[in-house]
Structure formats: structure tokens, C-alpha cells
Design a protein around this ligand. Structure first.
Ligand code: ATP
Ligand code: MG
Length: 423
């Protein structure tokens, strides 16, 4: 074995304590927000059968073609994949445990996702999402509510410059018609298509609209529009979503090229984008996926959901100069001598019994150096125990912002400290 320092896998980040404070704060805000809309938590495994993603996301997609971390379980030959997204797993879990057909479900999950992409700012190989899924609701009201929900979260987080892009993908029949017209259009212009597009021409032509290749943009702009093929129902659904958004003051822009990177979407699709994160500007994306449940083996049931990219959202918050108060310590306990050391431990426990955050000085040192650490900890109060105090079963209390030092009996300590902290 070599002695080289081991490094994390490329594109997979450590989140160090200073940054983790922001994550914790964010996760708490998001959970409160989800609960305010009645969503409940579900937790799925990070590893699923590869087939689940092939069936749910679609064989001819970036994710399944080139981004999945798939491997064979050497012990039994199973084909497994580290989840690249959460919707497929969530729907699998709901079907497996028969949660869906008695009552609709509003569910959320969060955690790591894995995609073998080229790492760059805002694009990693391990990243985090909060995913939100509503299963069993067919109407436009839930689509619109999920979008209103997002708008509320951006407001809560104080995010500026996030805009909503909206589109509809219609239903199976219109997509079928549109597909035929798209293929015909692109076939007439084969010489402009790049390798990806040529490969997808007959398997997944809709995906070509999603291409970022500048040389194909003109061709794509002129392509037949799905909007012109929409059936009555789908059109009405889309109109109603828009009406609800307008009624609630959420501006949007219709982007007919928004087709999303996964195959399972139909009808409403949306993305929240910002121009402030360079090319990785989509912070949240989702839409309706009425065919998915059946596609992975359930009785047909409608669904709609979205996922937020946590790294991108936090990057945006940091861009805005978001500063967090450090996780607070209420009390720092300093002590010297054997007897005092023992008393200090039990005093710290006693303070924690009253829900205070307490840092017990460990590792010895002079009172002076310990008080420096107390200062640096930003605790509001230091509790000081020397031999003198220990003999008398007492402790001294020093307010760190100045003020008189007090000496109290150990059994009165918590009450006095609590009173000082309240001030
Ligand atoms: P993109 O077009 O940027 O590749 P996507 O359409 O593949 O995004 P989704 O599958 O819709 O992304 O995932 C939802 C959200 O998760 C994205 O809007 C983004 O914020 C975040 N996300 C997706 N892939 C990554 C990644 N590799 N690194 C960090 N965040 C990501
Ligand atoms: Mg992608």
C-alpha cells in the first residue's frame, strides 16, 4: 500500500463544519416549509436495482446512457445502481408498501444522489436534493400548489433573481403526433445534427430539443411545436395551472423548449432558474408524471413532483452574502485541579439537563489560557471551578461580556446561569 494521502472521489465533496452550519439551517427551514404543506418524510435506500432507473427514467436519456454509477453485486450477481434521483425510488417504495391506492400521498425525501458527470461549479458526482412528490392527485391544483410552494420557499430564504419557466408536454397522443413531426423535421436537416442528436433521432427526438449545442439552436428554434398538437384536456389543465399562478401573483415565462432530462414527465413541467450561477442555473425542477407508476409496475395513478439541488441553492445563498450566527454555546466550564475537574464534569451535565449548550474545557492548562478558549467559544457565561470552589461545592460564574463575577452553591448554579443568559 502506498503512503500517499487519500483523497475523496472526484466530484464528491466533504462538507466541513463551517459550511455544515448553513446546511443544518437550510434543512430546518425546508422541513418546516414542507410540513406547512402537509408533506411527510419518506426515506429510501441509496442503492436500487439498475432496472428501476432504466424503466423509470428511460433508456435513451443522459442519466441512463452515461451518468449512472452501476455495478454488479459480486456476491449474487445483482445489477445495482447508486440512485441518480429520488422519484423512481420513492414511487417504487410507495408501490411496494401499498401506500397509494387508499389515499393520495404527499411525500418528501432528501439526501445524496449520484451522477457520473464532469465536475464543475454547481455540478458534482455526489450532490444533494430535496425531493417532493404528490401521488394520486390528477388535477392542475396540485401542480400549481407545488409551484406556489417553491415561490414561498424562495421568499423565506430571501432568494432574489429566481424565475419560473413553465411548459406542458401534453399527453401520450399529442406527444406521439409531435414526435412524428419532429422526426420528419430533423430528418430534413440531418447534416446539422450532432452525434447525440443523430443517435436519438428515432429513439427520443424530444430530447434533441434539450440540446445545448450552439450549432443546433437555429434548427431547434424552427422545430414543430408540441403546443400546436395539444389535446383539449391537456390544454385546459395547463390553462388552469397558469390561472392559479396569476391569481397568486407568481410570474412565469412559458418556455416551449423546456422538456426536462427525464422521460417520465407529461403535462406540466417547470424549472426555477437563476442567471447568477453560470451555466448551472437551474435550482429546482419538476412536473407531472402520470405514466410513471404504471411504467414501474403499479396500477395507473397520477403523480407530480419536483427536486431542488441543495448545492446550487446554497451557492446562491452564499452569493447573496448569507451569514449565519455560529451554532451557539451558552456556557464554557473552566477548572483546575483534580477535585475541581471531577466537579466540572458533573456541573456541565447538570447545566445540560436544563437544555443549555455547554463546552467543558478538556486538556488542562492555566486558568488564563482556559479563559482565552472560553472567549473564543463565544459562550456568554464562563463557569469557573478551582480547588477553592470544589472544596466548598460551589462554582464561580463570570459573564463574558463583563459584569460582576458571582460565586454560588452548585445546586443554585443552573438557576443563576439561566437568569444571566436571559438578560
Ligand atoms: P441539469 O440540466 O443541470 O443537468 P437535470 O435536469 O439533470 O439538471 P434534475 O434531474 O431535474 O436535473 O435534478 C433536479 C435538480 O438537481 C437540478 O435542477 C439541479 O439543481 C440539481 N442537480 C442535478 N444534477 C446535479 C449535479 N450533478 N450536481 C449538482 N446538482 C445537480
Ligand atoms: Mg443533468
Amino acid at each position: 500500500m502506498s503512503n500517499e494521502t487519500l483523497q475523496a472521489v472526484r466530484g464528491m465533496n466533504d462538507i466541513l463544519p463551517d459550511e455544515a452550519d448553513l446546511w443544518l439551517w437550510f434543512e430546518e427551514v425546508v422541513r418546516d416549509w414542507l410540513h406547512s404543506y402537509g408533506y411527510r418524510n419518506i426515506r429510501m435506500p441509496l442503492v436500487e436495482p439498475t432496472d428501476l432507473f432504466k424503466r423509470a427514467i428511460g433508456e435513451v436519456t443522459d442519466i441512463v446512457e452515461k451518468e449512472m454509477y452501476s455495478f454488479t453485486d459480486e456476491l449474487n450477481g445483482d445489477q445495482l445502481t447508486l440512485r441518480p434521483e429520488g422519484t423512481a425510488s420513492c414511487v417504487r417504495a410507495v408501490l411496494q408498501h401499498n401506500l397509494l391506492y387508499n389515499a393520495p400521498q404527499r411525500l418528501y425525501y432528501s439526501g445524496q444522489m449520484y451522477r457520473h458527470e464532469r465536475p464543475q461549479k454547481g455540478r458534482y458526482r455526489q450532490f444533494h436534493q430535496f425531493g417532493v412528490e404528490a401521488l394520486g392527485f390528477a388535477g392542475p391544483d396540485i401542480d400549481a400548489e407545488q409551484i406556489l410552494m417553491c415561490a414561498r420557499l424562495w421568499h423565506k430564504l430571501g432568494l432574489r433573481d429566481v424565475t419560473l419557466q413553465l411548459n406542458t408536454l401534453g399527453d401520450a397522443a399529442s406527444r406521439h403526433r409531435h414526435r412524428a413531426r419532429l422526426i420528419a423535421w430533423f430528418e430534413q436537416h440531418r447534416e446539422v445534427l450532432d452525434a447525440d442528436a443523430t443517435r436519438r433521432l428515432h429513439t427520443n427526438p424530444l430530447r434533441i430539443l434539450d440540446s445545448k449545442n450552439p450549432e443546433m439552436q437555429e434548427l431547434i428554434a424552427g422545430a414543430p411545436r408540441l403546443m400546436d398538437e395539444l389535446e383539449e384536456d391537456a390544454l385546459r389543465h395547463f390553462d388552469e395551472v397558469q390561472a392559479i399562478l396569476r391569481h397568486n401573483g407568481v410570474p412565469f415565462e412559458i418556455n416551449q423548449r423546456l422538456v426536462r432530462g427525464l422521460d417520465y414527465y407529461n403535462r406540466t413541467v417547470f424549472e426555477w432558474v437563476t442567471t447568477r450561477l453560470g451555466a448551472q442555473g437551474t435550482i429546482c425542477a419538476g412536473g407531472r408524471y402520470d405514466g410513471l407508476v404504471e411504467q414501474i409496475g403499479g396500477k395507473p395513478a397520477p403523480g407530480t413532483g419536483f427536486a431542488m439541488g441543495v448545492e446550487r441553492l446554497l451557492a446562491l445563498l452564499q452569493e447573496d452574502g448569507m451569514m449565519l450566527p455560529r451554532q451557539s454555546v451558552d456556557v464554557y466550564v473552566v477548572h483546575q485541579g483534580e477535585l475541581a475537574g471531577r466537579l466540572a464534569i458533573s456541573v456541565a451535565e447538570q447545566l445540560r439537563d436544563s437544555s443549555l449548550n455547554v463546552l467543558l474545557h478538556c486538556g488542562g492548562g492555566s486558568f488564563k489560557s482556559q479563559m482565552k478558549k472560553a472567549d473564543a467559544s463565544a459562550a456568554q457565561v464562563a463557569v469557573v471551578i478551582g480547588d477553592d470552589e470544589a472544596q466548598a461545592n460551589e462554582a464561580s460564574i463570570k459573564p463574558m461580556q463583563g459584569g460582576e463575577q458571582l460565586r454560588v452553591a452548585v445546586q443554585d448554579l443552573t438557576a443563576v446561569v439561566a437568569r444571566l443568559l436571559k438578560r
